[in-house]
Write a protein that binds this ligand. Structure first.
Ligand code: SF4
Length: 707
């Protein structure tokens, strides 16, 4: 058991007979600080207390955070390895499960080559584990097929930031500075529901007079508190951002000195957005001209502004363009690299930031190195102790791995910390892929929809049964604490990878005894890369309330504010985008006349594997629904609480109707946290962004009828 320093004031939260262990929430990228309450007699987790001393969240927790502890000792935890026999899972020993994995992995690779195996990772794991996923796939299994669920979450933000700013750190400023911001331009982010503890910073700023502009097809709880709500058509963010850039230029709001000194392509951008007049922007987006002009004036006149966005603009086949164009608003105003100003994306999963930096992406090696760069391969190979010639080439993205299964190139898969049988688009294709695999291993702590397809399920620890680090949405590296010993026979993901490595005769590459040893290797592997963690130690994280990367040496203070002097591009200048307008993958037509968009609700997290097992959260939101405007519903004879059948080119499903005036009349919204017959992702479009390979969860065309 690891104890953590108990800071002043915490003693008041202590209950008799209990121990408080300080850690962070397991769910979103806010990584709210919390103390887990452990009953010392029973060794069971019995509750949670907020960490008032955590500088990012100041003692706030959302409904998911308050109840997260209930999953730790949950009755439905998988506590022993399970092997499928005659279609049923039966308990097995670790020895038997590993024997079976070894036999099948070796057989598949002998018959079909190294690339017959694949690894599907996730970013709710610690940095230590995310780092090992890439090493496990490439150095142990020797396959090029490795990707992760962040592909469905943060990949467009990553691609857009990389192309525009040269480095992908989700926020260019630390969160507590938001209090001093004068204007928030928020695009495709329902912050109040998806990252609720952020809202306190916005309220503090609002108390000082800050303005808020929210672009969203729905009048979400976030949009409801905005000064201007830009109620755009789904999939028209690129046009709205171009229209805003047009007005910033025309109305003289550009910080010319900053742009001349720090940006490339300004003249080209000017030309590209010349035609995006308020009238044209209004025609494409459906937003009233006056609102567009008002938003541009508020944003343009604010001395300190932050452009913030999330999956609403990123989960599109134009996601990277959207990120680049919205980021350019901050660049034209000269806001990036300054106090209380900049650009930020709200990271979805707990370690959505760190998990995308250290090599579980198909094209990446630790430290945000590219696997296509021979120097990067040489360096990482030297850290791993392998021959650079043995480093596999770039693989394919998460969704495209299922195309490879269909083609027969991938025959086996190891899924860790992920539930693509709910969270991927066009789910029938994913389900077919899982059924077609010769051998599937799933590491999970609940029986997820993905685990049901498995041949072997390996029980893993929850976030409270191991330690390590995550990187929150600011880019601050923080520590996750071990609260208690693992339940049943569960093992950590790194222990499981180590055990398989030994069976694959590569145990010498995974010779770790604890997360700290992994972290030290991973620091070295990241050294010199864009995401450089070399100077970060566990001790520094404790002493400094986290350390911001890049941090290249132990005497470096870390980097709370990014890009103060220069950007991460070769010449140090930001690259303004030149974007040609194109449609989304699908637009409404005669046959499918409406927009379908999907998203989250405050009571659930991602595929719902944990939150659907939390009684309070299920009481609040037990099933998905189709949210629509009463005017639209009446055209189809639909009433609140009635049933509707939604149909897209991929599939159809029935849902309960929920009426609200807080949505456009041409759009239907469905939350996506449920599986099987309640999974809206059977309907969504797998059109991929050409750069990020992000599927288009946020826009497709749909038709409907009364069910
Ligand atoms: Fe904080 Fe996110 Fe957890 Fe809610 S889900 S408590 S906002 S980390």
């Amino acid at each position: 058991m690891t104890d953590y320093l108990v800071k002043e004031g915490v003693q008041n939260l202590q209950h008799e007979g209990e121990k408080l262990i300080s850690t962070h929430c397991c769910y979103c990228g806010m990584q709210c600080g919390m103390h887990i309450r452990l009953d010392e007699k029973t060794n069971k987790v019995v509750g949670v207390e907020p960490r008032y001393d955590w500088p990012v969240t100041l003692g706030k927790l959302c409904p998911k955070g308050v109840t997260a502890y209930q999953t730790i000792d949950h009755d439905e935890r998988i506590t022993k390895p399970l092997i499928k026999k005659n279609g049923q899972f039966v308990e097995a020993t670790w020895e038997d499960a590993l024997d079976l994995i070894e036999k099948n992995f070796k057989k598949l690779q002998k018959e079909h080559g190294k690339d017959a195996l694949s690894v599907f990772g996730g970013v709710s794991m610690t940095n230590e584990k995310c780092y090992l996923v890439g090493k496990y796939a490439r150095a142990v299994l020797g396959t090029r097929y490795v990707d992760y669920n962040g592909r469905f979450c943060m990949s467009s933000a990553a691609g857009g930031f990389m192309q525009t700013l040269g480095t992908d750190r989700g926020s260019t400023l630390p969160w507590p500075e938001l209090e001093h911001t004068d204007c928030f331009f928020m695009a495709g982010s329902n912050t109040a529901e998806c990252h609720p503890t952020s809202i306190q910073w916005l309220w503090k700023a609002r108390d000082k007079g800050a303005k808020m502009i929210v672009a969203d097809p729905r009048e979400t709880p976030t949009a409801r508190i905005a000064d201007v709500h830009l109620d755009l058509r789904p999939g028209t963010d690129d046009t709205l951002a171009s229209g805003m850039l047009h007005l910033l230029i025309k109305e003289g709001y550009v910080d010319e000195a900053y742009v001349n000194e720090r940006c490339n392509n300004y003249e080209e951008l000017k030309q590209a957005v010349e035609g995006f007049t308020p009238e044209f922007t209004s025609k494409i987006t459906g937003i009233a001209v006056e609102k567009i002009v008002k938003a541009a004036h508020i944003f343009g006149r604010s001395p300190r502004s932050v452009v913030m966005f999330a999956r609403g603009i990123e989960q599109q086949s134009k996601g990277v363009d959207n990120v680049r164009l919205y980021t350019s608003m901050a660049l034209l105003r000269g806001q990036i690299g300054k106090f209380a100003s900049g650009v930020a994306t709200f990271t979805g999963q707990a370690n959505g930031q760190g998990g995308r930096e250290h090599g579980q992406k198909a094209d990446a090696l630790p430290g945000y190195r590219k696997i296509s760069d021979p120097e990067a391969v040489k360096y990482v190979s030297s850290v791993w102790g392998i021959d650079p010639a043995d480093m596999p080439k770039e693989g394919v993205s998460a969704y495209e791995m299922f195309d490879e299964i269909e083609e027969g190139r991938i025959r086996g898969m190891h899924v860790m910390c992920s539930n693509p049988a709910v969270s991927a688009p066009n789910l029938q294709h994913i389900w077919n892929g899982f059924n077609k695999l010769d051998f599937l291993v799933v590491s999970d702590f609940f029986m997820s929809e993905t685990a049901e397809f498995a041949d072997v399920i390996l029980p893993v620890t929850s976030w409270a049964e191991d330690e390590g680090t995550t990187t929150n949405l600011e880019g601050r590296v923080i520590r996750i604490r071990k609260v208690k010993d693992p339940i049943g026979e569960s093992k950590t993901d790194w222990q499981i990878m180590k055990a398989v490595a030994e069976r694959m005769d590569k145990g010498h590459l995974f010779n770790y005894n604890n997360p700290r040893e992994i972290f030290d290797e991973f620091r070295l592997a990241s050294k010199g890369g864009k995401a450089d963690y070399y100077g970060i130690t566990y001790e520094r994280i404790d002493q400094e309330d986290g350390v911001f990367w890049p941090c290249p040496s132990e005497d470096h203070p870390g980097t709370p504010t990014m890009f103060k002097q220069k950007f991460g591009t070769p010449d140090g200048k930001a690259i303004l985008p030149i974007v040609n307008y194109r449609d989304s993958g699908e637009v409404p037509d005669e046959e499918y006349p409406l927009y379908l968009t999907t998203g989250r609700v405050v009571f659930h997290f991602l595929s719902g594997s944990q939150t659907r097992r939390t009684e309070f959260l299920m009481q609040q939101c037990p099933v998905p629904y189709a949210e629509m405007h009463p005017a639209l519903a009446s055209q189809y004879g639909l009433v609140n609480g009635g049933k509707v059948k939604l149909m897209t080119r991929r599939s159809e499903m029935e849902l309960e109707v929920r009426l609200t005036k807080a949505i456009r009349e041409d759009t239907v919204f469905v939350p996506y946290h449920w599986g099987k017959e309640l999974a809206v992702n059977v309907l969504t479009n797998p059109a991929l962004d050409p750069v990020s390979r992000m599927p288009e969860f946020k826009v497709c065309s749909v038709k409907m009828k009364k069910a």
